[in-house]
Design a binder for this molecule. Sequence first.
Ligand SMILES: *[C@@H]1O[C@H](CO)[C@@H](O)[C@H](O)[C@H]1NC(C)=O
Ligand SMILES: *[C@@H]1O[C@H](CO)[C@@H](O)[C@H](O)[C@H]1NC(C)=O
Ligand SMILES: *[C@@H]1O[C@H](CO)[C@@H](O)[C@H](O)[C@H]1NC(C)=O
Ligand SMILES: *[C@@H]1O[C@H](CO)[C@@H](O)[C@H](O)[C@H]1NC(C)=O
Ligand SMILES: *[C@@H]1O[C@H](CO)[C@@H](O)[C@H](O)[C@H]1NC(C)=O
Ligand SMILES: *[C@@H]1O[C@H](CO)[C@@H](O)[C@H](O)[C@H]1NC(C)=O
Ligand SMILES: *[C@@H]1O[C@H](CO)[C@@H](O)[C@H](O)[C@H]1NC(C)=O
Ligand SMILES: *[C@@H]1O[C@H](CO)[C@@H](O)[C@H](O)[C@H]1NC(C)=O
Ligand SMILES: *[C@@H]1O[C@H](CO)[C@@H](O)[C@H](O)[C@H]1NC(C)=O
Length: 762
Amino acid sequence: MEDRSVKILPTMLVTILLFLTSMFSSTRARAVIDPLPSSSSTKSIIKQESNLVTYIIFLKKPEDMVSAEREELDSWYQSFLPAVTTSSSNQQRLVHSYHNVVTGFAAKLTEKEAKAMEMKEGLVSAHPQKVFRVKTTHTPSFLGLQQNLGFWNHSNYGKGVIIGVLDSGITPSHPSFSDEGMPPPPAKWKGKCELNGTLCNNKLIGARNFYSAGKPPVDDNGHGTHTASTAAGSRVQGASFYDQLNGTAVGIASSAHLAIYQVCDGFGSCEESNILAGMDTAVEDGADVLSLSLGGGSLPFYEDSIAIGAFGAIQKGIFVSCAAGNEGPYKESLSNEAPWILTVGASTVDRSIRATVLLGNKASYDGQSFYQPTNFSSTLLPLIYAGANGSDTAAFCDPGSSKDVDVKGKVVLCESGGFSESVDKGQEVKYAGGAAMIIMNDELSGNITTADFHVLPASDVTYADGLSIKAYIKSTSSPMATILFKGTVFGVPYAPQLAYFSSRGPSLESPGILKPDIIGPGVDILAAWPYAVDNHRNTKSTFNMISGTSMATPHLSGIAALLKSSHPHWSPAAIKSAIMTTANLTNLGGTPITDDSFGPVDVFAIGSGHVNPTKADDPGFVYDIQPDDYIPYLCGLGYNNTEVGIIVQRPVTCSNSSSIPEAQLNYPSFSIKLGSTPQTYTRTVTNVGPFKSSYIAEIIAPQGVDVKVTPNAIPFGGGDPKATYSVTFTRTANVNLPFSQGYLNWVSADHVVRNPIAVTFE
Ligand SMILES: *[C@@H]1O[C@H](CO)[C@@H](O)[C@H](O)[C@H]1NC(C)=O
Ligand SMILES: *[C@@H]1O[C@H](CO)[C@@H](O)[C@H](O)[C@H]1NC(C)=O
Ligand SMILES: *[C@@H]1O[C@H](CO)[C@@H](O)[C@H](O)[C@H]1NC(C)=O
Ligand SMILES: *[C@@H]1O[C@H](CO)[C@@H](O)[C@H](O)[C@H]1NC(C)=O
Ligand SMILES: *[C@@H]1O[C@H](CO)[C@@H](O)[C@H](O)[C@H]1NC(C)=O
Ligand SMILES: *[C@@H]1O[C@H](CO)[C@@H](O)[C@H](O)[C@H]1NC(C)=O
Ligand SMILES: *[C@@H]1O[C@H](CO)[C@@H](O)[C@H](O)[C@H]1NC(C)=O
Ligand SMILES: *[C@@H]1O[C@H](CO)[C@@H](O)[C@H](O)[C@H]1NC(C)=O
Ligand SMILES: *[C@@H]1O[C@H](CO)[C@@H](O)[C@H](O)[C@H]1NC(C)=O
């Protein structure tokens, strides 16, 4: 149980993605998540000086250049750039040249120049780049990873695997990136270190800056440091955070190497041209897993550089895990929907840093606060609502508002939102002489409470609890309250819960693929940070706790690295399948996973469920997909030859005979749009379990749908590790539901391979 106290890991929060709309409307959201940008904002174009804009140019190599060297390609790229007076200004026009995941380059152009370029032979497409945003570890023990035991030990903690993190850079001196006990990188590693002198080591084997060429990729934001340490941070013994969470801080694949590609600025903006450059380079460098806690909403895959870069990566056997987005709880709010990407949603962990509000009427409400004073008395004090005199601004306890009510010596109830973050509200209350503060969530942030680094005794309570406290204040002439600090509590039975902000499906771009794929720890994740957020102390081991699908993503990247280490020959699709078909549907208390309001969750919210790494190591069988198998799928999506060619980077001729419906892709889940005509799909599975094993189909049919599986038994052991089955969906009743869900479970003596089914009625 030693690891229990070691919760330090991976929790950071990514904000890079951001907050456009919610920035000021919800304080709490600001402190906690980093939402993806709304889809309209993602279309925004970065204006350079004058009217130059960065364009991404995709080219098709002429026959004689198919095996061209890098130099030859580069000079061909140059030939596309507009003729300008000096070659030096031409140099400045070129932003990046791509050689691996795509043929093409990024350049600063005027609209007119871009149009003119379209006339040139070899040009496939030219589009102004989009800007994506960053999105933000939890404890390995919660995930069932135990030191010296089981899967963690057996996978050697990811030894020999290289995780490429595309983010806001790194804090190289942080103890989480110490290389004590780390072997040198594998011989295939070709990457570079753009950090000063000897800052790279056997843990941090590479660091490049694509955001600001020539500058070291040092993290000013925190997001990149947090995500990297979550995926593969080294063990930091004796890490302590505000005297809570004492123990060892450690990343998921703690023996894996890290390669850092800075593609985002200090504010979490990530330009498409830089992301593509990072992916292009990581593939060439020899990374095994790419982790991208960023995204830009639903996009056609041929216009989405992350999807295009990821396709180049999986062709080389590189696994790509990406954030689902922080735009929940709204439907159809996903980023990174391509089926060759693992799309990761966020959930809570079983830890709470408890600050319980006790009222004069003896009612008590469990909230959270990282600041846990030991000298705060449990004697009841007068309680006042900060908005008592009707001022909305005062209710938010925004800076400067405290003059509105007399809070001296009182416990003050403040609303989250307004113009300030929770800690600033506390500062205001403290300044005005308040004794303590209760922050109540807004309706949207609902039931997820946050442990903040407060400057006074405080507690963040849920919206529902906040309403109860308000009602109590109204009910009596002398309301009283205090806060009881109970420290860190583990084993919260209703964890994991889906975070309200985690983006939901269905997928807009490809509704026939069920997304998100998986959920993992993404709320209040503690991981490395560039500087001390706890200004009461001065320590070298600086950590911060943040939330977001940005934080969930590197957990899954780390788990993919462990699987890569224990199963070096598994393809990216096989690793994905193993993670998905073994996921948990129940929480620690053994009841179905809920959202953070204790409401039911559907497959468009949690995908296959919550990751269970130990089971993923031994899935029984997997649904494998070769890169070329995506071509008929892409044709079937209705993309034309050019569009499919941009993704797969070679000439493609789509025909009806070479197209398949989306649901026919060999995916470990089903998303069907069903009318009155029955639909049949096939799946091919590959045994990775015991040589002799037999599986029986167990069907939990969606309401109103008949599901028939043929054959309904799969015996392995005859020498062929592959087997094919078909499944027919037939509508049996007119159900008055937008959609209905179920499961196809393949059950053997020692394995259950679970495949979620979503049926939308048309
Ligand atoms: C997943 O489920 C298993 C039981 O099947 C349980 O032991 C484990 O704690 C669960 N993990 C999480 C993170 O809920
Ligand atoms: C841990 O792994 C090592 C080698 O990978 C193995 O020799 C040892 O038996 C494992 N320990 C346990 C408890 O499984
Ligand atoms: C790198 O070294 C140069 C010259 O010694 C120094 O000016 C710069 O601040 C250093 N940068 C970092 C990130 O350490
Ligand atoms: C963590 O360690 C500090 C200093 O050693 C100690 O004061 C504190 O009580 C510990 N906290 C917990 C939760 O164990
Ligand atoms: C409790 O301790 C803190 C930090 O040492 C100090 O600032 C504060 O005044 C103390 N509060 C009380 C009520 O003694
Ligand atoms: C209410 O707030 C206003 C300023 O908005 C202030 O002038 C007034 O004194 C406050 N009333 C009470 C009862 O505190
Ligand atoms: C939070 O959970 C409670 C049940 O404990 C529920 O009644 C409430 O609706 C939930 N949502 C919000 C937004 O508070
Ligand atoms: C494919 O679609 C694009 C629009 O995305 C269009 O510009 C192009 O002409 C089409 N190409 C073919 C071969 O139909
Ligand atoms: C496929 O068949 C449909 C209808 O028969 C036709 O309209 C369409 O053009 C065909 N597509 C291709 C790529 O051949």
